[in-house]
Design a protein around this ligand. Sequence first.
Ligand SMILES: [Zn+2]
Length: 231
Amino acid sequence: MWDKLFSLQEVDTKIQINLKDKDDLNEKILLEDGKKAKESLLNEIKNAITKYQVQINKIESKIQELQNKKTDIQKKIYGGLVSNVRELQALKNEDDQLEKDINELNNYANKFFSKLSLMEENLDKITQEVDILKENWNKNFPELEKRSEDLEISIKENMSNRDILFNSIPDDLSMIYQRLLKAKDNIAVSKVSAGTCSVCHVKFPLSTEKELMLGKEIVFCDNCGRILVII
Ligand SMILES: [Zn+2]
């Protein structure tokens, strides 16, 4: 009975490990092993670059507009058509102001250009990373899928083994086992090792050991509350 109980615990532990592995594997498959996250980063960078380019185009067309204005004013100043001194001075002032505005806009555009070139460098880097992840993913996917299928088979096999073992132990014991399994992080049974509980490593009194040797009653670890078995 006690060896069956311990085997049940071993099968349950295997199932837990397989379920955890399968979860990790499924997540890897779902996220295509980091490829999806990298691809969405790549898209974000591409969108940001497009926005910057739109902004730069706006600034450049504004500069062009001011430049045209400046050309017109200079034609007036140097064309000899304006002879009024005041009017001429006003045109020169306007010309100076336009020069300042154009310079300012050029500086502003340059800031955008340097940010844009950084982003383009980053884009190249991330594109290369995505290519590598794509290549790896195409190479690794069949293996990951196979591993996931194998785990599925293993879980099913262990589940049916579990049912057989579970039904082969007395009802009162199986009920306690099931309850402890839930309460004690999927470890309900502890193998005794040199007078100590192998899960919590606490040494138990001689009386407990005697009880265990008799093997009639369910003996619990005083410290962690798990079922102790001698195998
Ligand atoms: Zn214990």
